[in-house]
Design a protein around this ligand. Sequence first.
Ligand code: HEC
Ligand code: HEC
Ligand code: HEC
Ligand code: HEC
Length: 222
Amino acid sequence: MSKGLRIMTKKIFFFCTLLIAAVLVEANAFELVAPAVNCSLNDGSVMVIGIGAKGSEGVAEWDGGKAEFKISNSRFNTTIKLAPGKHKVKFTVGGETVDAEWNIGGKENLFTYHEEVASNSCTSCHDPKNPPSEMEDVSSICYECHDSFLSREHVHGPVRMGMCAAGHSPHGSVNEKFLRVPPLQLCTFCHEGPVKSDHPKSSDPCISCHNPHGSAKKFHIK
Ligand code: HEC
Ligand code: HEC
Ligand code: HEC
Ligand code: HEC
């Protein structure tokens, strides 16, 4: 195994461990899943998605406003109404708090919801009977609406493994294409960078030459 691949394998292992850890804490801990804790939003009707202990009561408080919600399933969503401008919103669920800072109508770090989430169609991806931790085969869910990449001649590793949610945040994000992190950071999360010394010298983003899902050419060259 080459050094680069060894490092990459380690990182993928680390990434999977993180995912599993996130799934394990799900049972009790309250966590905000969307939108990002610090972002701008176009609309003051903010759909809040989170996880928390089944049956617990939740409270959201912001400059004078207050909303209560019940977590009937470990996966929940609630919509709170905020006026234009900046707000600090404090969520309290079962003694745990999460602080968010949302700028309604702001431009910086603008969060966009995935269309299916914006239209409240949770069940187009989630089986209401199963918690998200028991979601199987994420890519086949995505491919119900999006064209599959698997027929491309050279399919990128994580895509081949069905790890769509490793690159994309399924509910939405502040990054283009709902990426978890900006494109350059995304590639260097798993790759040290190109390994070969004859790799084109360029400061262009990796995706200007490589297709992140795969292509007809070797190394997923566009
Ligand atoms: C486009 C598909 C899709 C839609 C629509 C969707 N989800 Fe999800 N959701 C996922 C996937 C995939 C995961 C698991 C992958 C991940 O986030 O790591 C997930 C995970 C979750 C989690 C757990 C997150 C975590 O970090 O453990 C919660 C809570 C959740 N979804 C709530 C919702 C709610 C509420 C809605 C509707 C408002 C919704 N989802 C709509 C795809 C979707
Ligand atoms: C029930 C249908 C449906 C499912 C399932 C679904 N999506 Fe989507 N997705 C849409 C629609 C509709 C749009 C907006 C129109 C478009 O850009 O195709 C969209 C847009 C996107 C975009 C932005 C595309 C762009 O060009 O800006 C990404 C990325 C995306 N989805 C990823 C995913 C991932 C990852 C999954 C699986 C976790 C998934 N989607 C599951 C319907 C779906
Ligand atoms: C989640 C981890 C992960 C991320 C993020 C990731 N890759 Fe990969 N990449 C892999 C894996 C796994 C392989 C497959 C290694 C194998 O099959 O030998 C791979 C293979 C490749 C290859 C082919 C290498 C070869 O020698 O055949 C290229 C090129 C590549 N990735 C570019 C990128 C670019 C560009 C990005 C950012 C858009 C990116 N990768 C993001 C995990 C990742
Ligand atoms: C100017 C276009 C261009 C850019 C920008 C670019 N690449 Fe490449 N990359 C290529 C080409 C062309 C090859 C195929 C080289 C060959 O045939 O040996 C390649 C090959 C690779 C390979 C496989 C061979 C190797 O050197 O390990 C990896 C991995 C890779 N690129 C990763 C990246 C990453 C990560 C980035 C961003 C930091 C990036 N590339 C940016 C053009 C580019």
